[in-house]
Ligand binder design. Sequence first.
Ligand code: C5P
Length: 201
Amino acid sequence: MAFTVAIDGPAAAGKGTISKAVAAHFGFAHLDTGLLYRATGARMLEGSDPVDAARALRPEDLQRDGLRRADVAEAASQVAANPDVRAALLAFQRRFARLGDGAVLDGRDIGTVICPEAEVKLFVTAAPEIRARRRYDELVDSGAETSFQDVLADVRARDARDMGRADAPLRPAGDAVEIDTSDLSIDQAVARAVAVIAAAR
Ligand code: C5P
């Protein structure tokens, strides 16, 4: 029987890093569900209708270059507010959650909507300034020219849209375990997540 780990939280809180690490630790499959919305957003930027794009999405679309760009992140958060886009992406995520021995899905609504029956739910957060600082450092390392204030404004705008939308807003499931990574190293955050999952297995 598949064991599902749902990991939700706002942008740049450390979900992706923690998800990859715990998937590797337990030998589980991992799906970064943000890529589904980013791939759909990228198609919208190219002129496609977002609902058609979400319905036509194929696994190889998740490997496209450029999905990490800031304009694609913004487009992702716009298309993610459309209930028809979310509905089109639901079945793929639910099937993934039941693949093999175990699966880790990370996103915004995994514990609340996609996998409310997940065996483990984590809600990974950090203060907005800290998340913006991490994202800014990543962008600068990758050669992008931006300012900390712009990145902070983007983080806040995306938080507001993700938490404020009517359909599947970002919020912790009632039975989620919260991990605030503001004052944790990556290793400490991963160790906490591994401990919660190990206790539930
Ligand atoms: O996690 P990531 O930054 O890649 O997500 C991009 C955008 O996709 C988020 O800002 C959010 O609007 C949307 N998203 C979502 N539900 C998910 C994953 C991502 O609405 N499960």
